[in-house]
Design a protein around this ligand. Structure first.
Ligand SMILES: Nc1ncnc2c1ncn2[C@@H]1O[C@H](COP(=O)(O)OP(=O)(O)OP(=O)(O)O)[C@@H](O)[C@H]1O
Ligand SMILES: Nc1nc2c(c(=O)[nH]1)N[C@H]1C(S)=C(S)[C@@H](COP(=O)(O)O)O[C@H]1N2
Length: 178
């Protein structure tokens, strides 16, 4: 079973002045998607704190997946993408693009998230926005590709057969037709 870490990035949750609703929600959705949630921490919107946690989870604990929530927006304190991007060896722009695109169905503000996703070592790292709605929408996009993405990052040599994957926004391709 793949092991995940959940990092809530929120000044108010870290200070204890607001409940962290996003972190526990995200943990539950990851478990529903079949992952073990090995770590869950809350840090303030401070780049050094975010970076240190990501490096520890990717390099020391060698988690398969790290998902952050919060701090991806336009407030001056929002620095999660800036803290994440330099740590990535390869970006996966399609993940962040797909989550922003899907979120537009719920709110045009989806385009205001600057979330990034990518690979560090054997770990898939994904930023999500902080609101519970954004977490639900983001996980609906992410969950169907998680296992395949992690397997490929970790060197699974098997061919990428499209079978069993429901395409986003289209019918089956000729290749998939019976
Ligand atoms: N951990 C969380 N649990 C519940 N709601 C959250 C959480 N983090 C953010 N939100 C909500 O997401 C929306 C976006 O807020 P904002 O951009 O200010 O958040 P943030 O930088 O992610 O976190 P914060 O403001 O707590 O430092 C707000 O409505 C906020 O209440
Ligand atoms: N699907 C979805 N995406 C969303 C939202 C949402 O409610 N649903 N909120 C947006 C808003 S209002 C902001 S400001 C940005 C960044 O949020 P963050 O700073 O909490 O990361 O995410 C956006 N992405």
């Amino acid at each position: 079973m793949y092991r995940a870490g959940v990092l809530t990035v929120s000044d108010s949750a870290a200070a204890g002045t607001a409940d962290d609703r996003g972190g526990p929600l995200l943990c539950g959705l990851l478990r529903e998607a079949g992952l073990e949630v090995a770590e869950h921490r809350v840090v303030p919107d401070e780049a050094p704190a975010i970076s240190a946690q990501l490096v520890d989870w990717c390099d020391r604990l060698r988690l398969d997946l790290v998902v952050t929530t919060g701090g991806t927006g336009l407030s001056p304190r929002d620095v999660t993408p800036e803290a994440t991007r330099p740590l990535l060896e390869r970006e996966i722009p399609g993940i962040a693009e797909a989550m922003r695109a899907a979120g537009l169905r719920a709110t045009p503000r989806s385009m205001l998230s600057r979330a990034v996703a990518g690979v560090r070592g054997r770990t898939l790292v994904v930023n999500l926005p902080g609101s519970p709605g954004a977490i639900r929408d983001g996980m609906a996009v992410l969950a169907p590709v998680l296992e395949h993405a992690i397997a490929k990052i970790q060197g699974d040599p098997s061919p990428c057969t499209p079978r069993g994957v429901s395409p986003v926004g289209r019918g089956p391709s000729a290749e998939e037709a019976p």
